[in-house]
Design a protein around this ligand. Structure first.
Ligand code: 3HC
Length: 296
């Protein structure tokens, strides 16, 4: 089962990156957005990122024409669209829409009659059960999680998430797709947060609780984990980077499904920031101030 034609639904933070690495990996890609403005913004981000990658390749010794040809070829394999019906002939459709379980279930239910019966459905969800989406999408044997990390162009991991129903050939095709995108896949079960977020999100929450208790300042917690453990970003910077709204919604979702689990408790400072609209990097202010991708 070879994946050649890929559809990505959502051209935001994650979707634009998934569409891009899929095109760089040689796939024919359609990325769908419902809002023309969001599509334009996402495609512009892809153009900027591909240009940066070509520039870095030249710095590392790739001949300029070769780097430019690779950039142009990847871009030519990718197109934007505004309607889901453009996904009818795809081998794989990856959803990267808003982190809302009902919206994802509705999307898969809509896609089911539109797509070929062979089309594999994948979700890039951070934290929702793949099995629930698979049931709503009507093809549980052909549904799996393909969880990419932010920024998709730079982070090398993809979690390939199998439910009890996922066909082993579908999971294997997911592995091959991730590798073709230049990523390292790992196998994960359909448990809350899979591997990475199950460890990462409670860690981010505990860092915030530490600051709330007055044990250390946010800056010192971040410095401690960078210099003491070699993390590229401290946990509070990373929470801002990922999005405080995303972090909050992951924790709240888990909390409602697993109320007894203490590490899923929501820090009050996180709620307060989101309530105030200070959701981190994307709005320029969270626990820190941001200019573009940089903390200031
Ligand atoms: N496309 C192409 N190039 C890019 C790029 C992109 N999207 N983003 C950055 N680059 C380039 C930069 O321009 C820069 O180029 P230069 O060296 O020529 O200036 C180079 O890549 C490195 O970028 P930075 O200067 O920003 O590099 P840093 O060394 O600061 O690394 C980082 C940035 C990779 C984000 C690093 O800080 C990091 O690894 N942080 C942790 C990220 C992380 O943990 N992500 C996972 C989040 S959890 C998640 O996603 C799960 C979700 O479900 C919640």
């Amino acid at each position: 089962m070879k994946i050649q034609k890929v559809g990505v639904v959502g051209c935001g933070l994650m979707g634009h990156g998934i569409a891009q690495v899929a095109a760089q990996g040689g796939h024919d890609v359609v990325v769908v957005e419902s809002d023309p403005k969001a599509l334009e913004t996402g495609l512009a981000r892809i153009d900027k990122s591909l240009a940066k990658i070509a520039e870095k390749a030249v710095e590392k010794g790739t001949p300029k024409e070769q780097a430019e040809a690779a950039r142009a070829a990847a871009r030519a394999r990718l197109r934007g669209a505004l309607g889901l019906e453009t996904l009818a002939d795809r081998d794989l459709v990856v959803e990267a829409i808003v982190e809302d379980l009902d919206a994802k279930k509705r999307l898969f239910a809509t896609l089911h009659p539109l797509c070929r019966t062979e089309t594999i459905f994948a979700s890039n969800t951070s934290s929702f059960p793949i099995a629930e989406m698979a049931r709503a999408g009507g093809r549980p044997r052909r549904t799996l999680g393909l969880h990419f990390f932010n920024p998709v162009q730079l982070m090398k991991l993809v979690e390939v998430v199998r439910t009890a129903d996922t066909d082993p050939d579908v999971a294997a095709a997911g592995f091959e797709f991730a590798k073709a995108c230049g990523k390292t896949p790992i196998a994960a079960k359909d448990t809350p947060g899979f591997v990475v977020n199950r460890l990462l999100v409670p860690f981010l929450a505990e860092a915030l609780r530490m600051v709330e208790r007055g044990d250390a300042s946010a800056e010192d917690v971040d410095t401690a984990m960078m210099l003491g453990c070699g993390h590229p970003m401290g946990p509070i910077t990373l929470a801002d980077y990922v999005g405080l709204d995303t972090t909050l919604s992951i924790l709240e979702g888990w909390r409602s499904r697993h109320p007894q689990e203490p590490v899923f408790a929501v820090p009050e400072s996180l709620r307060a920031k989101v309530r105030a609209g200070l959701t981190g990097r994307k709005v320029g202010q969270g626990f820190y101030r941001w200019q573009g991708d940089k903390r200031v």
